[in-house]
Design a protein around this ligand. Structure first.
Ligand code: IVH
Length: 694
């Protein structure tokens, strides 16, 4: 059937309205009216229409919720109103005094008590009812523009309901990851051999800074709002603003209460200190706010935080449970970690069965004994820790804990390095978990990124005598691989393809993958940039190594020790023969016109996107900076560059040029000849080879 453009556009607007309505039902009200299947069908219909009429696409279309795989750094932007933090207290006594001080200053008051959500703060701007900007807290004055990622969060309305919202306003709240999403994400990461995320707060903050919004869309973030900001808000109290925001479609917590006295505030706190354990997301306290805006204004703010609000923080949750036994894990560096096996106990949203005991000294210091009732807490780390023993419950026949003296895996006597609390198994070349651990580290995503070699498969290869060290990965035999149980031809072919691709991994990651003690991802980058090649690092003295950024004598010592080991030397030669990159790749520049120059790109450009402009800066040897400072050589100003940025540049005497001047600057410079070998980028493959070849 032929449909006119008008009819299609009409249908697009209908679909948009319908999808917005059902998103709100699903994400904000938790009361879906249609099935996921029906929702997806509507969404696909809209996607299909949008692809036919790209000129009619709306950045706030419900289709943007699925994210896109474009990646770009985030632009740093200034907050319209600074994002303040809150004064904290852990003591009910202090909180009571705060309530009384406020009452003394502004008279009898209503206080609004709310949960303190444990996530990452966000400020959303709405213009004429549409989401126009989402900015992280940053330093309170400037934050990162993460709009594209925030659009993927189902509970954030892209368009508001009703018609009584201000034409322009900001609303602030918390983006958080519910326990269910957090557990799912960590289970996926564990299966993929990726490092686990410590807690839902880190997970939310990390997710929001993901470069690809498609990834964000699948992480199950949620967003609750708790503060309306603006010059001319139509309400006289905080509570009225929140209720209006709820009508406009925002997710506002149900657990909010108006309290009229110190006693009522304390009751609210006590209730939630116990009850928060039943919530499906993390909270770390209660926020108490003066309800009346006039009273808020008269109380004012300090430089950092408002005087009209305060946060009461809960004590970290802890649980008491029985210590059944202690395992000793041997890591890839030979470090021994004692791990406690506990009677399962619920703690902050998960069931805890194991906890870290750190090292022999900690065990002795706390006098932890088998059979003791011990306290466990979740700190910032993934694994909960034991923080103490309940001595009143100790049985009379318990004996002090005896630490092991021999490696539980290979029987070698353990040793200790000076200044290190941990015991080590020195048998690097033959202790099985050290070898398998090193291989696991070598293949992981941030290292050589070899797929299909998870812990189980590696174990299988090890048992079948096919893998003794990391170099063996490059000599795996396709037939033998395919004949292993659970593998088969297809998986074997995938593994070998991934192994082949890993030969293209840049040098700094190869260096990290080697698993030299103390050489993490960042140190590997510094070392690679400083020394350029593996051979230069292998031949450097401790003093020379310590000249590189971030490298002290401890790291330098570990590097020298690594390259002095004959087994390691043999592995390195084998990896060299396999064709791994042992040198950093020199960046091929289009010209050197901007070498040594730092540039700020700001505003919108007529000819190209901001990202393209930044790529041009780099291609000509320059460095991009986000903010104007005295270190900046010049600013390229597009349309609507922020007035604050312009003012700052003018004040510091930083040159401001426009797009045309910038293009003239880079195109007048002598161009470096294009490389003869084309990059294997799909676009250039599809085209005839150009340049100096013909
Ligand atoms: S009000 C000017 N309310 O806690 C007042 N903050 O430690 C703005 N937070 O930066 C904050 N739940 O990220 C407020 N119900 C709540 C909150 C809350 C969590 C966070 C927020 C803030 C931090 C301060």
């Amino acid at each position: 059937m032929y449909m006119s453009r008008e009819q299609d556009l009409l249908r697009m607007s209908e679909l948009t309205k319908e999808l917005d309505y059902h998103s709100h039902k699903y994400y904000v009200e938790n009361a879906p009216e249609i099935s996921d299947f029906e929702f997806d069908a509507l969404l696909r219909e809209l996607q299909e229409l949008e692809s036919r009429y790209p000129d009619a696409a709306d950045p706030n279309s419900p289709t943007q919720r699925v994210g896109c795989d474009l990646t770009s750094e985030f632009e740093s932007v200034e907050h319209r109103y600074p994002m303040q933090s809150l004064s904290n207290t852990y003591s009910e006594e202090e909180l009571g005094e705060w309530v009384e001080r406020v009452v003394k200053e502004v008279g009898d008051m209503e206080f609004v008590c709310e949960l303190k959500f444990d996530g990452t703060a966000i400020s959303l701007t709405y213009e004429n009812g549409a989401l126009s900007r989402a900015v992280t807290r940053g330093d309170g004055r400037r934050g990162d523009d993460v709009t594209r990622n925030v659009r993927t969060i189902g509970s954030v309305p892209l368009r508001l309901q009703g018609d009584d919202y201000p034409a322009l306003f900001e609303i602030r709240g918390e983006i958080f990851m519910p326990y269910a999403s957090f557990d799912r994400l960590n289970a996926e990461r564990e299966a993929a051999g990726e490092p686990l995320l410590a807690n839902p707060r880190n997970a939310a903050a990390g997710t929001l800074k993901q470069l690809s919004s498609q990834v964000v869309a699948h992480r199950g973030l949620d967003c609750t709002l708790y503060h309306l900001a603006g010059d001319k808000l139509p309400y006289t109290t905080h509570m009225e603003s929140l209720m209006a925001a709820r009508r406009w479609g925002f997710k506002i917590s149900d657990n909010i209460k108006i309290c009229r006295s110190r006693r009522e505030v304390e009751e609210f706190i006590r209730y939630w200190d116990a009850e928060r354990k039943t919530l499906p997301y993390a909270t770390d306290g209660i926020v108490i706010k003066v309800n009346d805006y006039a009273a808020q204004r008269s109380l004012g703010s300090t430089a950092k935080a408002p005087r009209w609000a305060v946060a009461y923080k809960f004590q970290a949750e802890r649980a008491l449970t029985k210590l059944q036994s202690v395992d000793f894990q041997v890591g890839r560096t030979g470090a021994i970690t004692p791990v406690a096996n506990l009677d399962p106990v619920p703690l902050a949203g998960t069931i805890v069965k194991r906890a870290s005991l750190h090292n022999a000294e900690q065990i002795a210091l706390m006098d932890i004994r088998l059979g003791d009732m011990v306290y466990v807490e979740k700190g910032g780390e993934i694994i909960p820790k034991i923080t103490g023993v309940e001595l009143s419950e100790r049985s009379s026949d318990s004996v002090p804990f005896e630490y092991i003296e021999y490696c539980p895996e290979c029987g070698t006597p353990l040793m200790r390095y000076e200044g290190e609390a941990k015991h080590y198994c020195p048998n690097q070349s033959n202790c099985p978990p050290q070898i398998v651990g090193r291989i696991e580290h070598f293949v992981k995503r941030k290292a050589m990124d070899i797929e299909g070699l998870g812990a189980e498969t590696l174990e299988l290869l090890w048992q079948n005598d096919m893998l003794h060290d990391i170099a063996d990965i490059y000599h795996l035999d396709a037939n033998r691989l395919a004949s292993l149980p659970r593998l088969g031809e297809r998986s074997a072919a995938n593994i070998l393809e991934s192994v082949r691709r890993s030969k293209e991994v840049p040098f700094e990651r190869v260096l990290f993958a080697l698993g030299i003690r103390f050489v993490g991802e960042t140190t590997a980058k510094y070392l690679a940039n400083h020394f350029v090649s593996l051979d230069a690092i292998a031949h450097a003295s401790i003093e020379e190594l310590a000249e590189a950024e971030e490298v002290g004598s401890k790291i330098a010592g570990a590097i020298v020790e690594y390259f002095a080991d004959e087994n390691n030397q043999r592995i390195i030669e084998s990896l060299r023969t396999a064709g791994l990159r042992f040198e950093i790749e020199q960046r091929r520049l289009t010209s050197e016109s901007l070498v040594g120059k730092t540039v700020v790109i700001s505003g919108k450009f007529a000819g190209r996107s901001r990202d393209d402009m930044k790529t041009l800066v780099e291609a000509h040897g320059g460095r991009n900076l986000a903010a104007v400072s005295a270190n900046v050589d010049f600013v390229v100003a597009g349309e609507n560059m922020g007035p604050a940025k312009r003012q700052k540049a003018e004040k510091l005497g930083v040159k401001i040029i426009n797009e045309a001047e910038f293009m003239a600057m880079i195109s007048s410079a002598p161009q470096i000849e294009p490389p003869i070998e084309q990059e294997s980028d799909s676009k250039s493959e599809a085209q005839p080879i150009q340049g100096t070849l013909f």
